[in-house]
Design a protein around this ligand. Structure first.
Ligand code: GLC
Ligand code: CA
Length: 537
């Protein structure tokens, strides 16, 4: 049975705003975003209508992978501020009724983390088995064929002790050994530290890689690999990721999180929908939800998107909560992938589907990828594997707050280039414009929050009369909405469904038809999405 909308938790009813701290707001004029900057902008996140803010890592880090290489899990990098700044951010969030989620990076640390410094110092060091060390293969060379996500082998030889250590990502990011109970204890303490400081949960980085095959078997080749893809995809990660023995660890993380009120655990795992189920827990609860990245990967057409939504809905057993994402700091921006007009349609989709929406900063104003000249590339992935478009700098450009210098992000030249369009595309202008993308996202968030059918009701697919149009209803006890999305650039006529049905426009993605009575056939303009309140007359 469907959970009654009034029994849902805050993270089921609400939405999450994802901040990439280096790029949100710089308060001290060094060109890098920081905690005081974010604190000053929390009011904006609340005004927009989000319920929680997820911060990408802010911990002390050599920044080989811009914070995803953590050197101290319970501190704040001086570039971002201090623990006091963090506490001030928490206080401001509480004042505004916003919750804060941290990024938790359990799969690996920085090579400069004291645990790894100790681990590599001697085969007999007490921290040796906190990481994954193996002898060279019998004939020499790496212990097996596993590839690093960021290019090359995932093994690096360390001459001091004559063994290889494992790193799923950069060699500066050695993988922790989660088969060692001491690692689990120390990393659960990290969670406890932040929960005690008042955060309401975590986005768990690279969660599917925590545990590897105990026998370190070679990965098989990937028959679907196409040249142009990241070299990492030449093999299937059969033995290096998504191992069933990681599920008990997730259950223990959940057990800890559940001791604190209203917490939520979200996990990053790029896996097929059918595999994601396990991450909710088997027997015992695991994550509240693993991220569902299908909208980022799917071709942008009504049939493909309609069928992936239907399949995901069908595969999730009752009680497992869905979620939807259009972008993040690892993927090209939605407005670049599908264009600004369709980005509005995508926003309506994201905010009217069943399940928690997670919004990437700047997508609400239609920010696009920024071209990064070769001499300004910062992302290590682009540096290791150039020329394939894998670099993630373009989607990490500074937030466009206003038309002033550096888009209001900083008083100094930012660490990544600001988009050339920031004088036309920015928060200040769009706040004043009732037809802007920002006004659309804000309106949709408010409508979603106000209507049980939208945040908690059933999803009912409706057969579409045209391949460019996706139709579905959202229904609760006393209300019914129809969503009609035109994925194409031509006008389309649609029938309203059951005979006698009538209603009115709640919002059009073009923001000019609210309140218009709806009659059949309904005309959808090019690239238009409509949210309609419907009933039988
Ligand atoms: C995740 C993060 C990504 C990072 C990687 C290694 O995929 O989202 O930004 O580079 O993990 O930590
Ligand atoms: Ca700064």
């Amino acid at each position: 049975m469907m959970t009654r909308p009034d029994a849902l938790q805050w993270w089921q009813r609400g939405s999450i705003y994802h901040v990439y701290p280096r790029s949100f707001q710089d308060a001290n004029g060094d060109g890098i975003g920081d905690l005081p900057g974010i604190t000053g902008r929390l009011e904006y996140c609340r005004w927009l209508g989000c319920d929680a803010v997820w911060l990408s890592p802010i911990y002390p880090s050599p920044m080989a992978d811009f914070g995803y290489d953590v050197a101290d899990h319970t501190g704040v990098d001086p570039r971002f501020g201090t623990l006091d700044d963090f506490d001030r951010l928490m206080a401001e969030a509480r004042r505004l009724g916003l919750r804060i989620l941290m990024d938790y990076v359990p799969n690996h640390t920085s090579e400069q983390h004291p645990w790894f410094v100790a681990s590599r110092s001697s085969r007999h060091d007490p921290h040796r088995h906190w990481y994954v060390w193996r002898d060279p293969a019998p004939g020499g060379g790496p212990p097996n064929n596993w590839l690093s996500v960021f290019g090359g082998s995932s093994w690096t030889f360390d001459p001091t002790t004559g063994q290889y250590y494992l790193h799923s990502y950069l060699k500066e990011q050695p993988d922790l050994n989660w088969r060692n109970p001491e690692v689990e204890r120390a990393m659960l303490d990290v969670m406890r530290f932040w929960l005690e400081r008042g955060v309401h949960g975590f986005r768990i980085d690279s969660v599917s890689r925590l545990v590897k095959d105990a026998e370190f078997r070679d990965n098989p080749p990937n028959p679907d690999y196409r040249p142009g893809q990241a070299p990492y995809h030449q093999q299937r990660a059969t033995y290096s990721a998504d191992r069933p023995d990681l599920l008990p660890i997730l259950a223990r993380m959940r057990q800890l999180a559940d001791r604190y009120a209203d917490t939520v655990l979200l996990g990053e795992a790029y896996l097929p929908a059918a595999r994601l189920r396990a991450y909710y827990g088997e027997g015992r609860p695991g994550l509240h939800f693993p991220f569902n990245f299908q909208l980022i990967r799917s071709p942008w057409d009504a049939a493909a998107v309609g069928s992936l939504v239907e399949q995901y809905e069908a595969e999730l057993p009752a009680g497992l909560w869905p979620n939807w994402v259009l972008g993040n700091h690892d993927n090209h921006r939605v407005a670049t992938r599908i264009g600004r007009r369709q980005a509005r349609v995508a926003a309506m989709l994201l905010l009217t589907l069943r399940g928690t929406p997670v919004l990437y900063y700047g997508d609400e104003i239609g920010m696009v990828d920024v071209a990064v000249p070769a001499d300004r590339v910062r992302d290590p992935w682009e540096k290791n594997v150039p020329g394939l478009g894998l670099g993630r700098d373009p989607e990490r450009s500074p937030m466009q707050w206003d038309a002033g210098p550096h888009a209001g992000f900083s008083t100094a030249a930012p660490w990544l280039p600001v988009a050339g369009d920031h004088r036309q595309v920015n928060v200040a202008l769009q706040r004043e414009d009732p037809r802007s993308m920002l006004s659309l996202v804000r309106a949709l968030l408010a409508i979603r929050a106000a209507h049980p059918a939208l945040f908690g009701g059933r999803y009912v697919p409706v057969p579409s009369p045209h391949p460019d149009v996706m139709l579905y209803r959202r229904e609760a006890e006393n209300e019914r909405f129809l969503v009609a999305l035109n994925f194409g650039g031509a006008p389309r006529e649609i029938g309203l469904g059951s005979p006698g049905e009538r209603g009115s426009v709640v919002v059009s993605t073009l923001l000019d038809r609210a309140g218009e009575p709806v009659e059949t056939p309904l005309c959808l303009r090019p690239d238009e999405g409509l949210l309609l309140a419907v009933g039988s007359g």
